[in-house]
Design a protein around this ligand. Structure first.
Ligand code: SF4
Ligand code: SF4
Length: 377
């Protein structure tokens, strides 16, 4: 087979099925990535969500016998919602980051990769292929960078000249010797806007991130949020886009190519208080299709409590007392205790004093103390 011609046909087909950018690289080891990952590990900057075996993340041949190339794909996602939410006075809303708008991108990318696989296999039935999205062993970003999709920005995103950094990435390892594309020049230059915009100083010069300080990671954890980050989270109930919105390359970028990616504003920018009352089933029915729900209801509810505290929403006090008194999860009770103190008022104070008498969980007791400290008692 003429591989050069086949690459062209595959590229043309990728456009037909709604892949906005495609790039090719070799299946050689990602040696530079390996030293970066080891350094991340040494410094304790990892999120813990990554594939633990570094070798698997950097040696594609460990994942597919006879691997010769990797195809990287990018799909552009919207930066602005097409439908605006009706804001009513006094109603407080949270925000999901853009990567959680519309249908979970894992499904969308999987669909495009499946179609690409079918196309390849009808022409080359003996081809060996292995596709992955985000949760796979390989680093989507390292593959995309080497395949010429975009450069790796100081905000640790892949920045494409066409769609900015608002792209979802996926890849396919193949045993086909596709000719590799050329990586793009880094165009960040002397800019540091993303580093300056990061509320928690999670970005480190040289394109490194301390995941443990990153709000995007913190909103996905299941534990109590460390004190120093609570005020910085604001009304983000999932993820954080600050280092992307600050990027000048993203200015004016807003592509709506894919119907499935359109946000339902009542999901992407939901009213906060009602989320506290959702049963597991109701939560799944409402948020189950978005990527931001992957850790379940509890982390989102904890973030909602932090957002209500951020707004100092006094109308939320009865709901927060309800959480403090009746919620089974200590993380929710503890966060509610802290939030009640932050919002303040006599009703919240009485509830904190009452809970102090009956609470048995040591971590929640500490949060009650923090709540009471807002009153300087
Ligand atoms: Fe900082 Fe938010 Fe970017 Fe994380 S996602 S590095 S917290 S700006
Ligand atoms: Fe690069 Fe500036 Fe964008 Fe950061 S804000 S990724 S430094 S161009």
């Amino acid at each position: 087979m003429d591989i050069h011609k086949f690459k062209k046909e595959l590229t043309a087909y990728s456009k037909e099925i709604g892949i906005d950018k495609i790039g090719f690289t070799t299946a050689d080891p990602f040696t530079e990535l390996k030293s970066r990952l080891l350094r991340q590990q040494e410094l304790g900057y990892q999120s813990g969500f990554e594939e633990p075996d570094i070798e698997k993340r950097v040696i594609p041949k460990m994942l597919l016998d006879g691997a010769q190339s990797i195809i990287s794909i990018a799909l552009a996602y919207p930066a602005k919602m097409s439908i605006r939410v009706e804001s009513k006075k006094g109603e407080r809303r949270g925000i999901f980051s853009r990567a959680s708008w519309g249908l979970d991108y894992h499904h969308i990318l999987r669909d495009r990769l499946n179609k690409l696989e079918e196309f390849i296999l009808t022409r080359l039935p003996e081809a060996k292929l292995k596709s992955m999205v985000d949760t796979g062993e390989l680093s989507d970003r390292a593959v995309a960078e080497r395949a010429g999709i975009g450069w790796s920005g100081k905000n640790c995103s892949i920045i494409t000249p066409e769609f900015g950094s608002y792209v979802y990435l996926g890849e396919m390892i193949t045993n086909i010797p596709f000719e590799p594309d050329t990586p793009l020049e880094d165009q960040c230059g002397t800019c540091t806007k993303c580093l300056d915009a990061c509320p928690t100083n999670a970005l480190i010069h040289g394109g490194q991130i301390n995941s443990k300080r990153c709000i995007s990671f913190l909103t996905q954890t299941k534990e109590l949020i460390p004190d120093e980050f609570r005020d910085k989270i604001g009304n983000r109930v999932y993820g954080c886009d600050s280092c992307q919105t600050a990027c000048p390359i993203n200015k004016g970028v807003n592509f709506h190519f894919h119907e499935e990616m359109e946000a339902d504003p009542e999901v992407a920018k939901p009213l906060l208080k009602p989320i506290l009352k959702l049963s597991n089933r109701e939560f799944k029915a409402r948020f189950g299709s978005v990527s931001g729900a992957w850790r379940g209801k509890k982390p989102i509810q904890r973030n909602v409590i932090i957002a209500l505290a951020h707004f100092k929403d006094e109308s939320a006090v009865p709901d927060l007392i309800e959480v403090l008194e009746n919620e089974a999860a200590p993380v929710s009770r503890g966060t509610a205790a802290w939030a009640l103190g932050k919002i303040g008022g006599q009703t919240a104070l009485a509830a904190l004093n009452k809970a102090k008498e009956s609470e048995t969980d040591i971590n929640v007791q500490k949060e009650i103390e923090k709540g009471l400290n807002f009153y300087n008692i």
